[in-house]
Design a protein around this ligand. Structure first.
Ligand code: PEP
Ligand code: MG
Length: 876
């Protein structure tokens, strides 16, 4: 026997999500529980996959099976497709494994045509109802199957209401609705070039195809990418006998949640409309009534419903989101699923379910989506204000949170407006560079035209917990004139805009924001999570302030302190520049001597903030040209400071130009060419650690020095030697026995390939998966955003490899390096400090390959803690 592609509801059950989709599995489960579910069948997700394999065709075999089940349904109901005595009408609805907004949702009343509608009118004795159902069917079918007429149909309805002098849809009579149905069909014919299909079988195959097709519409693809849903899953289709909420005043339809989805409060929460069909409730045509009013209007139905709601909640042991219809006083359940909820509600519900004894702490840990926690840690938009606003554009949600402020175009302006005028500003840039750091600090949010998820703006903003939307290619910007256009609107300096760093939406107006609050539930759940995880969670932090923030969020150390980030400050950049343009060792040492005390005091601050937890300090990494002065004024000032001719300095600057700076003079190459840099940094680290250790004898500080961008063991050995000589001397002179470690980043493919060699010198590995991804794929982390969209659309990539670790390719290098590294040094310490360290699916990968810790930006520490716990629970 071939594969079974169709299941009656009574043939399935709740555990068959993969095959039947969430909706189908739950309809089957409710049927088995003896609940009032209209009869029907589910066409499996495998039929959807097969449809794509067959070149977007429903094979004869599957069509025949569907028809077989139509006949079954006809037998069960005693109704028939197209019958003039007792016609069968059905709903057709999509249903993937995970509920997915953006896909085709529902077609109701399928099976009606010009003759059936008349028979239906006669049979029900309610012509108004029959024609209302018919016009709705044409409207939905045209919209979702053929994608025509949506707005136009609404206009026709409005015109009809105006003509009749009425306000509500319900005030239109049978003849009006009949006329509307005619108008709709005419519009369909005009747009599609064919008559509206009259044969219910054609209608149904058209609808099934539309569901399959909608699996791959751009909204669905985008949603999948954001939620890690593979495109191979496909969607199921549910075909179900119609029950009618629009049969008159004893009929109605509604939606309800078993607990409040916004707050989590344990109280039945919902809305319904009498004499209406499904979409009326959500479409806002009429204002729905609250579920409490149902209790007054129809206590018997309310009681029955109430009982079902809490039976379902108990059965699924989670908050339920349900749809129901009342047909002439009789209740029917159309759907149930675990309800979507806000982050605050998610925590409240999880804690309550534990307290009610419905779930265990472990289950509570597993039921929270780690990414959702983000919403609790950053300022948010006031939900009502946000609802009323319309975005003018959208781009990459690079760093979450909500920001509202006045547009400025330079980092200097951001600093000045914020410090002198007390203004809240949003920095809009083509792209940001290290020099912008101070202005970024003073901004509420950052919007860039270029750059992906690991671009400078994105990484730095995430580190600071500042909202950032990056890579908005639709923006036309003229930074010199201080103006940009987006969504047909022009924005000038001082105009208010708002950014949603969690969705990537950009609003051309001010939207009110509210501070985030971390409630007791948050803490409680995090403590449960910590009991289950084995991965440690560290943070990427470059300043004492970020480090302290991360400690509050539960970080167990610093996995990456990017020392170059300490030099962007206006005072320090001068000394840094001096060092870079130095012509000889003496000049360079003079400049480095200026930097030494600054670094030392920074490191002291960081050691203090981390209260004895381990700190990995990475030596200078970025391409030097990032620090070079660009404008004439800065160049002149630097020349003066260094007693150089401006022309000479310009020559030095241009000699430092590189065609490919990301692969140029950066990382450990800097220390190989200028060992005095490594010497100065070692001195700063060790002296800082000694000073803090003296103040805090209770701590056992073991500085971890990390050499970046190593590809060959000999270059590591060379730099390590500089470090060891310098460190040993300082420690000996201080009469101390302080231990320290020297390790490396694995971020160049060659380092992963030769990790057994590298481990001879390195006491720890930290996977720099930003560079490792960049160099494995061979595309730039700063530019990939420009073309990746085309790759998503064409389904070549499903995810941004800079946001979610490519476990197949880059992951293979990581696994290989883990294995090779351990072979040489069984106790080697292993971590990750690329951006992936805060991405839940990548955290799971890190757990599975046996890393000791992940390190991520402070605001992602709680996410990583929860993801690590879930990975451990799952792996058991
Ligand atoms: C990396 O490459 O993954 C990394 C953490 O270093 P950076 O982002 O500073 O290059
Ligand atoms: Mg790197």
């Amino acid at each position: 026997m071939g594969k079974k592609y169709v299941y009656l509801f009574k043939e399935g059950n709740g555990s068959m999500r993969e095959l039947l989709g969430g909706k189908g599995a739950n309809l089957a489960e409710m049927t088995n529980l003896g609940m009032p579910v209209p009869r029907g069948f589910t066409i499996t997700t495998e039929a959807c996959t097969q449809y794509y394999e067959d070149g977007e065709k429903i094979s004869d075999e599957i069509q025949a099976e569907i028809m077989h089940y139509v006949a079954e349904l006809e037998n069960m109901t005693g109704k028939k497709f197209g019958d003039l005595e007792n016609p069968l009408l059905v709903s057709v609805r999509s249903g993937a494994r995970a509920s997915m907004p953006g896909m085709m949702d529902t077609i109701l009343n399928l099976g009606l045509n010009d003759t059936v509608v008349e028979a239906f009118a006669k049979k029900t004795g309610n012509p108004r109802f029959a024609y209302d159902s018919y016009r709705r069917f044409i409207q939905m079918y045209s919209d979702v199957v053929m994608e025509v007429g949506k707005a136009y149909f609404e206009k026709l309805i409005d015109e009809m209401k105006e003509k009749k002098g009425v306000k509500l849809d319900t005030e239109l009579d049978a003849d009006d609705l009949k006329e509307l149905a005619e108008q709709f069909k005419a519009e369909y014919k005009k747009e599609v070039g064919a008559d509206f299909p009259t044969d219910p079988v054609d209608q149904m195959m058209g609808a099934v195809k539309a569901v399959f097709r909608s699996w791959n519409n751009p909204r669905a693809i985008y949603y999948r990418r954001m939620n890690d849903i593979p495109s191979s899953w496909g969607t199921a289709v549910n075909v179900q006998e119609m029950v009618f909420g629009n049969m008159g005043d004893t009929s109605g339809t509604g939606v309800a949640f078993s607990r409040n989805p916004a707050t989590g409060e344990k109280k039945l929460y919902g809305e319904f409309l009498m004499n209406a069909q499904g979409e009326d409730v959500v479409a806002g045509v009429r204002t729905p009534q609250t579920i409490d009013q149902l209790k007054e209007q129809n206590p018997a139905v309310y009681d029955e419903f109430y009982k079902i709601v809490y039976t379902l909640e108990k059965h699924y042991r989670d908050m339920q989101d349900m749809e129901f219809t009342i047909e002439e006083g009789k209740l029917f359940m159309l759907q149930t699923r675990n309800g979507k909820r806000t982050a605050a509600a998610a925590l409240q519900i999880a804690c309550d379910l534990v307290d009610e004894g419905m779930i265990t702490e472990k289950e509570a840990v597993s039921m929270i989506d780690p990414k959702q926690l983000d919403a609790l840690l950053h300022p948010q938009f006031d939900p009502t204000a946000l609802k009323a606003a319309k975005p003018v554009g959208s781009a990459l949600p690079a760093s979450p949170g909500a920001a509202c402020g006045q547009v400025v175009f330079t980092a200097e302006d951001a600093t000045e407006w914020a410090t002198k005028k007390g203004a809240k500003v949003i920095l809009v840039r083509l792209e940001t560079s290290p020099e912008d750091i101070e202005g970024m600090h003073y901004s509420q949010g950052i919007l860039t035209v270029r750059g992906g998820m690991t671009s400078h703006a994105a990484v730095v903003a995430r580190g600071m917990g500042t909202c950032c939307v990056s890579g908005c290619g639709e923006i036309k910007i003229d930074e010199a004139r201080k103006v940009f256009t987006l969504g047909g609107k022009e924005f000038h300096e001082g105009d208010f805009i708002s950014l949603d760093g969690s969705t990537g939406n950009i609003y051309g107006e001010a939207i009110k924001t509210v501070e985030a609050s971390i409630s007791g539930n948050f803490d409680r759940l995090m403590k449960w999570a910590d009991e289950y995880r084995t991965l440690k969670v560290r943070t990427n932090a470059d300043t004492p302030k970020d480090a302290a923030q991360a400690m509050k969020f539960g970080a167990q150390g610093i996995g990456l302190c990017r020392t170059e980030h300490m030099f962007f400050d206006s005072e320090r950049i001068a000394a840094m520049r001096e060092m870079i343009v130095s012509k000889n060792v003496e000049q360079r040492k003079t400049a480095l001597a200026k930097l030494l005390p600054m670094q030392r005091s920074d490191f002291e601050g960081i050691y203090e903030a981390m209260q004895g937890y381990p700190v990995t300090i990475r030596f200078l990494d970025p391409p030097l040209h990032e620090f070079l002065p660009q404008d004439e004024e800065d160049i002149a000032a630097l020349a003066k400071e260094m007693k150089m001719e401006v022309g000479d300095l310009k020559a030095v600057i241009s000699s430092l130009h590189e065609f490919n700076p990301m692969m140029g003079h950066r990382g450990c190459r800097l220390a190989v060419t200028y060992p005095e840099i490594a010497e100065m940094q070692t001195t700063a680290v060790i002296q800082a650690a000694l000073n803090v250790q003296k103040k805090h004898p209770e701590w056992d500080l073991v500085p971890e020095i990390m050499i970046p961008l190593v590809g060959e063991v000999k270059e590591l050995a060379y730099v390590k030697n500089v470090v060891v000589e310098t460190a040993d001397k300082i420690i000996a002179e201080a009469g101390s026995d302080m231990k320290y470690m020297v390790g490396t980043m694995i971020e160049i493919p060659r380092a992963a390939l030769t990790a057994d060699e590298i481990a001879k010198e390195a006491e720890f590995f930290s996977f720099g998966t930003n560079d490792l991804t960049q160099m494995t794929f061979g595309f730039s982390r700063d530019d990939a955003g420009n073309f990746l969209d085309a790759y998503y659309e064409k389904k070549i990539y499903e995810n941004d490899p800079f946001a979610r670790l490519d476990q197949i390719g880059v992951g293979k290098l990581v696994e290989m390096a883990v294995e090779l590294g351990k072979r040489t040094r069984p106790d080697i310490k292993l971590g990750i400090c690329g951006e992936h360290g805060g991405d839940p699916s990548s955290v799971e990968f890190c757990h599975n390959v046996g890393l000791n810790y992940v390190s991520c930006s402070p605001y992602r520490v709680p996410i990583a803690r929860l993801a690590a716990a879930q990975a451990a629970i799952k792996a058991k």
